[in-house]
Every structure is written in C-alpha cells, then in structure tokens.
Design a protein around this ligand. Structure first.
Ligand SMILES: Cc1ncc(COP(=O)(O)O)c(C=O)c1O
Length: 391
C-alpha cells in the first residue's frame, strides 16, 4: 500500500499541534527555511511582466537547458548537451518519471538504506521492487562495492546513489565512487540514478564528485537528477532537472507532455538566472548551514543517550538512539523503538523529529538543522531534559 510521504505527514502533525496552541520546536523540516535570493525572485517577476506566462517546451526552455548544460561543465566537469536534459516540476517528478519510463513489473531497484523516504514508494508505484540494502554506521552509511555486488541480481534495473545523503549527510569520495563503478562495469544491464539535489550543501570546503565523471564509460547508463530546491532555497518554485541518455530523457519528456505539459514558465526563467548569475548567495547560505550543523552536532553529541556522526553535507543529523531503547518515560511508557522515542520527544518536550524507521534504518532519528540557531539551542535543551527524565 502506498504510504503518505513521512516528512509531509510529520509537517501536518506539527501544524495540527500548533493550531491547537501547542508550542512545537520543529526539527522535521525538509526544506531551506531561508528565502529565495532576491535576484532570482526579481528574474521570476521580470519574466512574468514581460509575458513569459505561456506553456514552454515539455523538456524545458532552451535558455534554462543551456544554463543547466553550462552548470554541468562548470561545476561537475561533465559535458552534457542541452538536448540530453529535461526540466520538470521538481526533482521528485523526474525521479518518478524516470522509473515510470523504464521499469517493468518486478524490476529491481537497489535503494541503499538509510534512504530518502520517497524512493521505495516511487519504485513500487511504477511496478518495481525496491531492494533495500542496509548501509550501517560502520560503513559510514554508504554503499560499498561488496554490498552492491551482493545485492545485484538478473532483475536489477537501477541503483540509486544519493550524496550528500538525506538523511545522513554522507558523501562518497572519488575512490569510493571508482570502487562502485568497477562493480557496475561488470553488470551492463544496471543503470545508475544519482540524486545530486544536495550537492552544494557541503561543509568544511569538501567537494562532491559524480560517478559519471569518475567513470565516463558509464555514459549511457547514468541519469543525473538535480534541482533548484535546496541549494537556491527554491522549493516552492518546483524546478528540477534530469540529464542522461537520450532514450531515457526522451521517454521522460513524452510522459511530461502527457501529464504536466511543462514546468512553470517564469519559474524556469528564475532558475536560469539562479544558475547563470552570481553564486555568492549559495555560498552565504552554505556558511549559515555549516554554523547550524556545528551547533546542532555539538549540542546533540553532549546528550547522553544520543550518538551522532558529523554530517558532511545536506541539512540533517541522524543520531543513533539505541541507548534510549528500553528506557522508561515518567508516565511509565517503555520506549521500544525509534518511533516511540520520536513520540516521546513530541509529547514530553514539544520537539518534533523524524524516526529512523521512515528512512529504513533503526534505531535512529533524523533532525533537520534548516532552522535558526535559537531554535536549535531551544530544541536541543528540551531534548536533553527529556532524555534526563528517562529511567
Ligand atoms: C534526496 C532528495 N531528493 C529529491 C528531493 C525532491 O526535491 P524537489 O523539491 O526538487 O522535488 C528531496 C526533497 O526533500 C530529497 O531530499
């Protein structure tokens, strides 16, 4: 059965509680709290005023696809022609349509866990079989050549790689990508989807690499997914893009033509400005997230019962809460799972977090630091008190 997106459901619970007058510190947020930079907003308004208010080509406007092609050359060292790019209504739509275009019933898609909540359901909705591959903390929450090899079968059609990862922030080194590519070179029937939506949100000056740059012989088998939502704080504009082999991009374009027709015309103009324009707003936002990450990591690491890995990217921390399992709340409830811990934090502390079960690996929680330093301090203090109240 199709589950509602866990993060969207969590947002609804927080809104309900607030409507009832409860004060809730919300660490479930899956989007930047910062506003879209003004130059991008201005470009959208200018486009609207100049009459850019009509349907566009289903694969996106020529200026936006040119801007995306230039971005791949400039930032990723990838030579991707505008014809091999399709623009959609968010990265999520393109992930959906890529699977809709390619999966036959029973085809397997390897989903490394912990995973973004939507992957398994999107695969299932398109007749595929998600094959969840646990990537534990001692593997830094990453797929290894060994775990990949062991999960491949004759039915494997896709492997999804998401880095920096939602929910752990883990990223792959160039050497690690080379190791995965070596396995994939031996299995030519398997395609790779790289979800690069968090690629700019990366800390301590680190750089992310892409498996296609590392192993160019994978061209024809790699579909890159990306979008404006996270790096440019443009979630509501709903612009994502995919790049890859023409048979997949062409099939996605046909599906878009018969479903949404095209992405919003003036949002595409704003996205082109975002990609072509001054990138300092992105660097400023990354600096803000890095300070918040450092703060939340320090505060959570100080709480007995939580054990954290420091995220290298994205805006989430994924603490291990195994030390809280089996403990007893003041009202006598025994915490049996990470979901119980999340409910306890909500009930006792008024702090909303996501449970690891939703991301396919327990017992963990996911806390978002896409919120102010004041909120981070307040919520961490409340969580520390709730943990101290357990017996
Ligand atoms: C890993 C990952 N991929 C894709 C998306 C979807 O992004 P978009 O807003 O472009 O649809 C999200 C949003 O939370 C995400 O976390």
């Amino acid at each position: 059965m199709l589950k509602p997106s866990a993060s969207i459901a969590a947002k609804a619970i927080v809104n309900d509680l607030r409507a009832q007058g409860r004060k809730v510190v919300d660490f479930t947020i899956g989007e930047p709290d910062l506003d879209t930079p003004p130059a991008i907003v201005d470009a959208g308004i200018a486009a609207m005023r100049s009459g850019d208010t009509h349907y566009t080509a289903s694969n996106g406007t020529a200026p936006l696809r040119a801007a995306i092609s230039a971005k791949y050359a400039r930032e990723n060292g990838l030579d991707i022609a505008p014809e091999d790019i399709v623009v959609g209504v968010g990265a999520k739509q393109l992930i959906f349509e890529a699977f809709a275009a390619t999966l036959d019933d029973g085809d397997e898609v390897i989903v490394p866990a912990p995973y973004w909540v939507s992957y398994p359901d999107i695969v299932r909705l398109n007749g595929g079989e998600p094959v969840i591959v646990p990537c534990p903390a001692d593997a830094d929450f990453k797929l290894t050549p060994e775990t990949l090899e062991a999960a491949l079968t004759e039915r494997t059609r896709w492997v999804i790689l998401c880095a920096p990862s939602n929910p752990t922030g883990a990223t792959y080194t160039t050497a690690e990508l080379a190791g995965l590519a070596e396995v994939l070179m031996r299995h030519p029937q398997v395609a790779v989807m790289t979800d690069d939506i968090y690629e700019h949100l990366i800390y301590d000056g680190a750089k992310v690499d892409n498996i296609l740059r590392v192993e160019p012989r994978l061209a024809g088998r790699v579909v890159l997914i990306n979008g404006m939502s996270k790096a440019y704080a443009m979630t509501g504009w709903r612009i994502g893009f995919a790049a890859g082999p023409s048979h997949v991009i062409g099939a996605i374009t046909k599906l878009l033509g018969q479903s949404t027709t095209c992405a919003c015309s003036f949002a595409q103009a704003a996205a082109a400005e975002a990609l072509n324009g001054d990138q300092s707003a992105v660097a400023d936002m990354v600096a803000i997230y890095q300070r918040r990450r450092d703060l939340m990591y320090r505060r959570l690491s100080d709480i007995p019962g939580l054990s954290c890995a420091k995220p290298e990217g994205a805006f989430y921390i994924y603490p291990d809460v195994s030390a809280l399992i089996g403990r007893t709340a003041p009202d006598g409830t025994v915490l049996g799972s990470d979901r119980d811990v999340a409910l306890y934090f909500l009930r006792e502390a008024g702090v909303a977090v996501m449970d690891g079960e939703a991301y396919g690996m327990s017992p963990y929680l996911r806390l978002s630091f896409a919120t102010s330093e004041e909120t981070i301090n307040e919520g961490c203090t409340l969580i520390a008190q709730a943990c101290a109240a357990l017996s």
